[in-house]
Ligand binder design. Sequence first.
Ligand SMILES: Nc1ncnc2c1ncn2[C@@H]1O[C@H](COP(=O)(O)OP(=O)(O)O)[C@@H](O)[C@H]1O
Ligand SMILES: [Mg+2]
Length: 230
Amino acid sequence: MPENEHGARRAGGTQPAPSVRTCPQCFAAFRPAPICPCCGHEQPAPKQRPMQQIDGELKELKRITQLLNAMLDQSRQAPEPIVAIDLVGNVEELLALVRYQIPAHIHLRQAIPAGLCCRLPQGRLNQALLNLIVNAAQSIGEQPGTITVSAAQEQDRLWIQVGDDGPGLPAELLQSGVRAFATWRESGTGLGLSMVRRFARDLGGELKLANQEPRGACITLLFPWDKHHG
Ligand SMILES: Nc1ncnc2c1ncn2[C@@H]1O[C@H](COP(=O)(O)OP(=O)(O)O)[C@@H](O)[C@H]1O
Ligand SMILES: [Mg+2]
Protein backbone atom coordinates (compact mmCIF):
# COMPACT_ATOMS: atom_id res chain seq x y z
CA MET A 1 0.00 0.00 0.00
CA PRO A 2 1.59 3.37 -0.97
CA GLU A 3 2.53 5.74 1.88
CA ASN A 4 2.65 9.55 1.35
CA GLU A 5 5.00 12.07 2.97
CA HIS A 6 2.69 12.44 6.00
CA GLY A 7 2.88 8.77 6.87
CA ALA A 8 -0.73 8.35 5.69
CA ARG A 9 -1.70 5.35 3.56
CA ARG A 10 -4.43 5.06 0.96
CA ALA A 11 -6.89 2.44 2.13
CA GLY A 12 -6.78 -0.48 -0.27
CA GLY A 13 -8.60 -3.81 -0.30
CA THR A 14 -7.27 -4.83 3.12
CA GLN A 15 -8.71 -3.60 6.43
CA PRO A 16 -6.50 -1.17 8.39
CA ALA A 17 -5.06 -2.49 11.67
CA PRO A 18 -7.19 -1.60 14.74
CA SER A 19 -4.69 1.09 15.85
CA VAL A 20 -5.15 2.86 12.50
CA ARG A 21 -7.97 5.29 11.63
CA THR A 22 -9.58 5.94 8.28
CA CYS A 23 -10.35 9.56 7.31
CA PRO A 24 -14.09 9.86 6.48
CA GLN A 25 -13.28 12.52 3.83
CA CYS A 26 -10.35 11.15 1.79
CA PHE A 27 -10.31 7.50 3.07
CA ALA A 28 -6.57 7.68 3.90
CA ALA A 29 -5.55 5.42 6.77
CA PHE A 30 -3.23 6.88 9.41
CA ARG A 31 -2.29 6.55 13.06
CA PRO A 32 -4.84 8.30 15.36
CA ALA A 33 -4.41 12.13 15.14
CA PRO A 34 -6.84 15.09 15.45
CA ILE A 35 -6.27 16.08 11.79
CA CYS A 36 -5.89 13.81 8.74
CA PRO A 37 -2.21 14.13 7.62
CA CYS A 38 -3.32 13.55 4.03
CA CYS A 39 -6.19 16.07 3.45
CA GLY A 40 -6.21 18.09 6.71
CA HIS A 41 -9.79 17.09 7.54
CA GLU A 42 -10.59 17.48 11.26
CA GLN A 43 -11.31 14.06 12.72
CA PRO A 44 -14.36 13.40 14.89
CA ALA A 45 -13.48 12.60 18.51
CA PRO A 46 -13.40 8.82 19.15
CA LYS A 47 -16.65 7.58 20.67
CA GLN A 48 -16.35 7.01 24.42
CA ARG A 49 -18.38 4.19 25.92
CA PRO A 50 -20.27 5.58 28.93
CA MET A 51 -19.43 4.02 32.31
CA GLN A 52 -23.05 2.88 32.57
CA GLN A 53 -22.65 0.77 29.41
CA ILE A 54 -19.37 -0.79 30.64
CA ASP A 55 -21.07 -1.57 33.96
CA GLY A 56 -23.91 -3.29 32.11
CA GLU A 57 -21.46 -5.31 30.01
CA LEU A 58 -19.56 -6.43 33.12
CA LYS A 59 -22.80 -7.55 34.77
CA GLU A 60 -23.73 -9.52 31.64
CA LEU A 61 -20.28 -11.20 31.56
CA LYS A 62 -20.68 -12.14 35.23
CA ARG A 63 -24.12 -13.60 34.56
CA ILE A 64 -22.82 -15.70 31.61
CA THR A 65 -19.85 -16.94 33.70
CA GLN A 66 -22.21 -18.01 36.50
CA LEU A 67 -24.49 -19.76 34.02
CA LEU A 68 -21.54 -21.64 32.44
CA ASN A 69 -20.22 -22.69 35.86
CA ALA A 70 -23.67 -23.94 36.89
CA MET A 71 -23.88 -25.98 33.66
CA LEU A 72 -20.41 -27.43 34.26
CA ASP A 73 -21.34 -28.39 37.84
CA GLN A 74 -24.49 -30.04 36.62
CA SER A 75 -22.63 -32.09 34.01
CA ARG A 76 -20.13 -33.21 36.68
CA GLN A 77 -22.94 -34.33 38.94
CA ALA A 78 -24.49 -36.48 36.24
CA PRO A 79 -21.72 -38.80 35.02
CA GLU A 80 -22.48 -41.26 32.26
CA PRO A 81 -23.98 -44.43 33.76
CA ILE A 82 -21.84 -47.56 34.04
CA VAL A 83 -23.39 -50.38 32.05
CA ALA A 84 -22.58 -54.01 31.24
CA ILE A 85 -20.77 -54.20 27.90
CA ASP A 86 -20.12 -57.23 25.75
CA LEU A 87 -16.66 -56.21 24.55
CA VAL A 88 -16.56 -58.23 21.30
CA GLY A 89 -19.92 -56.86 20.11
CA ASN A 90 -19.09 -53.33 21.22
CA VAL A 91 -15.67 -53.23 19.52
CA GLU A 92 -16.99 -54.86 16.32
CA GLU A 93 -19.68 -52.18 16.09
CA LEU A 94 -17.14 -49.43 16.71
CA LEU A 95 -14.75 -50.80 14.05
CA ALA A 96 -17.62 -51.02 11.55
CA LEU A 97 -18.39 -47.35 12.22
CA VAL A 98 -14.80 -46.08 12.00
CA ARG A 99 -14.23 -48.12 8.82
CA TYR A 100 -15.72 -45.15 6.91
CA GLN A 101 -13.16 -42.72 8.38
CA ILE A 102 -10.02 -44.86 8.16
CA PRO A 103 -8.41 -45.33 4.73
CA ALA A 104 -8.95 -48.75 3.13
CA HIS A 105 -5.20 -49.62 3.13
CA ILE A 106 -5.39 -49.88 6.96
CA HIS A 107 -6.74 -53.19 8.22
CA LEU A 108 -8.90 -53.04 11.38
CA ARG A 109 -9.25 -56.13 13.57
CA GLN A 110 -10.20 -57.19 17.07
CA ALA A 111 -8.71 -59.94 19.24
CA ILE A 112 -10.99 -60.26 22.25
CA PRO A 113 -12.10 -63.53 23.85
CA ALA A 114 -15.78 -64.26 23.13
CA GLY A 115 -18.02 -63.56 26.11
CA LEU A 116 -15.69 -61.07 27.84
CA CYS A 117 -17.95 -58.53 29.54
CA CYS A 118 -17.10 -55.45 31.56
CA ARG A 119 -18.88 -52.64 33.37
CA LEU A 120 -17.89 -49.19 32.09
CA PRO A 121 -19.51 -46.00 30.75
CA GLN A 122 -19.98 -47.08 27.14
CA GLY A 123 -19.89 -43.66 25.46
CA ARG A 124 -16.63 -42.68 27.18
CA LEU A 125 -15.06 -46.09 26.48
CA ASN A 126 -15.88 -45.78 22.78
CA GLN A 127 -14.65 -42.18 22.63
CA ALA A 128 -11.33 -43.29 24.19
CA LEU A 129 -10.99 -46.21 21.76
CA LEU A 130 -11.85 -43.92 18.85
CA ASN A 131 -9.09 -41.48 19.90
CA LEU A 132 -6.57 -44.33 20.02
CA ILE A 133 -7.68 -45.81 16.69
CA VAL A 134 -7.50 -42.41 14.95
CA ASN A 135 -4.04 -41.82 16.47
CA ALA A 136 -2.89 -45.20 15.18
CA ALA A 137 -4.29 -44.53 11.69
CA GLN A 138 -2.64 -41.08 11.56
CA SER A 139 0.68 -42.61 12.57
CA ILE A 140 0.49 -45.42 10.01
CA GLY A 141 -0.18 -42.78 7.33
CA GLU A 142 0.08 -43.81 3.69
CA GLN A 143 1.67 -47.24 4.24
CA PRO A 144 -0.43 -50.39 4.48
CA GLY A 145 -0.90 -51.30 8.14
CA THR A 146 -3.03 -52.98 10.78
CA ILE A 147 -4.75 -51.68 13.90
CA THR A 148 -5.73 -54.29 16.47
CA VAL A 149 -8.08 -53.75 19.41
CA SER A 150 -7.57 -56.46 22.01
CA ALA A 151 -8.75 -57.03 25.56
CA ALA A 152 -8.46 -59.62 28.29
CA GLN A 153 -8.95 -60.17 31.98
CA GLU A 154 -5.84 -61.15 33.90
CA GLN A 155 -5.96 -61.73 37.66
CA ASP A 156 -7.43 -58.60 39.18
CA ARG A 157 -7.20 -56.48 36.03
CA LEU A 158 -9.07 -55.89 32.81
CA TRP A 159 -6.96 -54.52 29.99
CA ILE A 160 -8.11 -53.04 26.70
CA GLN A 161 -5.41 -52.29 24.16
CA VAL A 162 -5.02 -50.59 20.78
CA GLY A 163 -1.91 -51.71 18.90
CA ASP A 164 -0.60 -50.87 15.46
CA ASP A 165 2.35 -51.58 13.18
CA GLY A 166 3.18 -47.95 12.43
CA PRO A 167 6.41 -46.11 13.34
CA GLY A 168 5.80 -46.35 17.11
CA LEU A 169 5.53 -43.68 19.79
CA PRO A 170 8.16 -40.90 19.86
CA ALA A 171 10.97 -41.66 22.37
CA GLU A 172 10.35 -38.29 24.02
CA LEU A 173 6.70 -39.19 24.72
CA LEU A 174 7.71 -42.54 26.23
CA GLN A 175 10.20 -40.74 28.43
CA SER A 176 8.09 -37.78 29.57
CA GLY A 177 4.72 -39.57 29.65
CA VAL A 178 1.42 -38.03 28.55
CA ARG A 179 1.30 -34.26 28.82
CA ALA A 180 -1.66 -32.15 27.70
CA PHE A 181 -0.93 -30.14 24.54
CA ALA A 182 2.22 -32.14 23.69
CA THR A 183 1.91 -33.06 20.04
CA TRP A 184 4.30 -34.25 17.37
CA ARG A 185 1.81 -33.72 14.55
CA GLU A 186 1.59 -30.61 12.40
CA SER A 187 -2.07 -29.92 13.15
CA GLY A 188 -2.36 -31.97 16.34
CA THR A 189 -3.90 -30.70 19.58
CA GLY A 190 -2.02 -32.97 21.96
CA LEU A 191 -5.26 -33.62 23.84
CA GLY A 192 -6.28 -37.12 22.67
CA LEU A 193 -4.05 -39.15 25.01
CA SER A 194 -4.78 -36.78 27.92
CA MET A 195 -8.50 -37.39 27.51
CA VAL A 196 -7.97 -41.15 27.34
CA ARG A 197 -5.83 -41.05 30.49
CA ARG A 198 -8.49 -38.94 32.27
CA PHE A 199 -11.10 -41.58 31.36
CA ALA A 200 -8.92 -44.39 32.75
CA ARG A 201 -8.12 -42.50 35.97
CA ASP A 202 -11.76 -41.47 36.58
CA LEU A 203 -12.55 -45.18 36.74
CA GLY A 204 -9.67 -46.09 39.03
CA GLY A 205 -7.54 -47.31 36.16
CA GLU A 206 -4.43 -46.18 34.31
CA LEU A 207 -2.99 -45.70 30.84
CA LYS A 208 0.22 -47.41 29.69
CA LEU A 209 2.25 -46.44 26.64
CA ALA A 210 4.74 -48.76 24.96
CA ASN A 211 6.27 -49.65 21.64
CA GLN A 212 6.32 -53.20 20.38
CA GLU A 213 8.73 -55.36 18.38
CA PRO A 214 9.43 -55.26 15.51
CA ARG A 215 7.50 -52.01 15.17
CA GLY A 216 4.40 -50.12 16.22
CA ALA A 217 2.76 -48.55 19.24
CA CYS A 218 0.70 -50.23 21.90
CA ILE A 219 -1.58 -48.21 24.19
CA THR A 220 -3.22 -50.02 27.08
CA LEU A 221 -6.11 -49.07 29.34
CA LEU A 222 -5.97 -50.96 32.64
CA PHE A 223 -8.96 -51.19 34.98
CA PRO A 224 -9.40 -52.94 38.34
CA TRP A 225 -11.38 -56.08 37.49
CA ASP A 226 -13.36 -56.19 40.74
CA LYS A 227 -15.00 -52.87 39.87
CA HIS A 228 -15.43 -53.36 36.16
CA HIS A 229 -16.27 -57.00 35.55
CA GLY A 230 -19.55 -57.83 33.87
N1 LIG B 1 -0.37 -44.97 17.68
C1 LIG B 1 0.58 -44.02 17.70
N2 LIG B 1 1.75 -44.20 17.02
C2 LIG B 1 2.72 -43.25 17.04
N3 LIG B 1 2.63 -42.10 17.72
C3 LIG B 1 1.48 -41.86 18.40
C4 LIG B 1 0.41 -42.80 18.43
N4 LIG B 1 -0.56 -42.30 19.22
C5 LIG B 1 -0.13 -41.10 19.66
N5 LIG B 1 1.10 -40.83 19.16
C6 LIG B 1 1.93 -39.66 19.44
O1 LIG B 1 1.41 -39.03 20.58
C7 LIG B 1 1.20 -37.65 20.34
C8 LIG B 1 0.05 -37.15 21.18
O2 LIG B 1 -1.16 -37.75 20.75
P1 LIG B 1 -2.53 -37.03 21.10
O3 LIG B 1 -2.55 -36.71 22.54
O4 LIG B 1 -3.65 -37.86 20.56
O5 LIG B 1 -2.45 -35.66 20.33
P2 LIG B 1 -2.42 -35.37 18.74
O6 LIG B 1 -2.92 -36.62 18.05
O7 LIG B 1 -3.36 -34.22 18.58
O8 LIG B 1 -1.00 -35.05 18.42
C9 LIG B 1 0.98 -37.56 18.84
O9 LIG B 1 1.35 -36.28 18.36
C10 LIG B 1 1.90 -38.66 18.31
O10 LIG B 1 3.21 -38.17 18.15
MG1 LIG C 1 -4.70 -37.65 18.63
